[in-house]
Design a protein around this ligand. Structure first.
Ligand code: GDP
Ligand code: MG
Length: 450
């Protein structure tokens, strides 16, 4: 077993202990499993399993099937009853799944027994969420928060894992090698927890440095937030071309979730997908969750995606805003504009009664996405005007610097220069007139092409 010294940089200790058993990988395919404890759970089992599926998708893992058992409480040994475990095993074998993801947290004994019975990797909801956070953590602070959560989850579970790893160890009533190893493991994990807590204090003071880096990037950043399954990723696909993935080093580990998209003609932005809000988030994961939403703090605009098809959508809306305020924004932060997006209106019979100041859309069918983009453009580029200018030859260079081809139409070539119609911000207009361009008129059209 490798020692802490041998670990690759940034590889959490938790992997040493559990090997690949507690982790999932983007190439794997899953069968989901859960129990239906009847009404009184807040949401239906169907909805709950759909959320789990969406979480798995967020981690890059497709779902092949879901297996649900009706029972009041989990079986102590194997979570599901014996017959259901057999059924699950057949499903996993027939479909060629790699991992079984449980919709609830498993005790260490349940996880161990299930792995034995299913002969496949078994992870629970909390582990899945922690893995998503680990994938998405971009800043040092976020990475540390995630590792801290993983270690705290691991600590009380070490006995189970330890026992599994040393099954052939000491006999009954003796302090076998397993026990000694367990104590050593606990000690190591605790040491690591303390070290991370210290480093986290330091990471906070480094935050301002990152903010300076961020201000150097010139495209406005639009961050998508909202509950799991509200349609954030679908909306991102709808707003940006699949091949527009941005490999900015600022987002090194986030790159598949950052895409360039055209907000209005010639005006581009970076659209950033987030893990989003998760119902039943274990308390220990709240700081890790907040840290992975780092991008929200630096956003120029936040798109708050709401699943309008849920009956609780108004409460969802308020909960998300409340958590953003309490857990994500810090006192010193300026607040980005938040635009509410009421998604999935294709499944809603009557949206006419909504008085929320949101844009009703269907990300799936593309309905009203143009309206949404107009709102985004209005918020990000509020002082854009379409103007006519005479640009002298000496100022053509400035014209190229300050604009993009999509925002400029050449009207006429004259002896002195080019007469153009262009959509410009107040600052761009100022730069151009300073370079010698002569303003002649505001054009009537304020949107679309100049
Ligand atoms: P995320 O977890 O917020 O990223 O949500 P996803 O983008 O993964 O979408 C979750 C589920 O909702 C998927 O099954 C989507 O197909 C579905 N979905 C997303 N947008 C719409 C929509 O406008 N209408 C309908 N009917 N379904 C949608
Ligand atoms: Mg998503």
């Amino acid at each position: 077993m490798s020692d802490g010294q041998d670990r690759r940089n940034d590889t959490p200790l938790v992997e040493d202990r559990l090997g690949t058993r507690a982790r999932i990988f983007g190439t794997e395919r899953a069968v989901l499993a859960g129990i239906d404890a009847g009404p009184g759970q807040g949401i239906s089992i169907e909805e709950s399993m759909r959320e789990l599926e969406s979480l798995a998708r967020t981690a890059g893992i497709p779902t092949l099937a879901s297996v649900v058992q009706k029972r009041k409480r989990p079986a102590p040994g194997t979570f599901l009853g014996k017959g259901k475990v057999d059924e699950l095993r057949r499903a996993v074998d027939e479909l060629g799944a790699d991992v079984v993801i449980f919709n609830d947290d498993l005790t260490p004994a349940q996880a161990r027994n299930l792995e034995g019975a299913l002969s496949h990797k078994v992870i629970d909801r909390t582990q899945l969420i922690m893995d998503i956070f680990a994938q998405r953590a971009a800043s040092k602070e976020a990475k540390l928060q995630v590792e801290l959560a993983q270690l705290r989850y691991l600590l009380p579970r070490l006995r189970g894992w330890g026992a599994a790893m040393t099954r052939t160890g000491g006999g009954i009533g003796t302090r076998g090698p397993g026990e000694t190893q367990l104590e050593l493991d606990r000690f190591k994990v605790k040491l690591r927890i303390h070290a991370i807590e210290r480093r986290l204090k330091k990471a906070v003071s480094e935050r301002s440095v990152r903010r300076q880096q961020r201000s150097r990037s010139d495209l406005p950043q639009i961050v998508l937030v909202g509950y799991t399954n509200s349609g954030k990723s679908t909306l991102l696909n709808c707003l940006c071309d699949a091949d527009s993935v941005v490999g900015d080093k600022l987002f090194a580990t986030l790159d598949t979730m950052v895409r360039r998209g055209e907000v209005s003609s010639g005006r581009w932005g970076l659209f950033i997908d987030t893990v989003g809000f998760i119902r039943r988030l274990p308390h220990d994961l709240v700081p890790a969750f907040a840290a992975t939403l780092e991008a929200v703090r630096h956003a120029d605009l936040v798109l708050h995606v709401i699943d309008r098809a849920r009956s609780s959508w108004e409460r969802d809306y308020r909960v998300v805003l409340g958590i953003l305020e309490r857990e994500v924004f810090r006192e010193e932060d300026r607040r980005p504009t938040i635009v509410s997006v009421l998604n999935k209106i294709d499944t809603v019979v009557d949206v006419s009664t909504d008085d929320a100041d949101g844009v009703p859309i269907s990300a799936k069918e593309g309905t009203n996405v143009d309206r949404l983009l107009a709102r985004v453009a209005e918020a990000l580029f509020p002082d854009d005007r379409v103007v006519e200018l005479l640009v002298p030859f000496s100022a053509i260079g400035t014209l190229h610097e300050q604009t993009t081809p999509e925002r400029v139409d050449a009207l006429e070539h004259t002896g002195e220069g080019i007469r153009v119609r262009a959509r410009l911000s107040a600052r761009e207009l100022q730069e151009l007139t300073a370079a010698g361009a002569a303003f002649s008129a505001f054009a009537a059209s304020q949107d679309g092409r100049p």
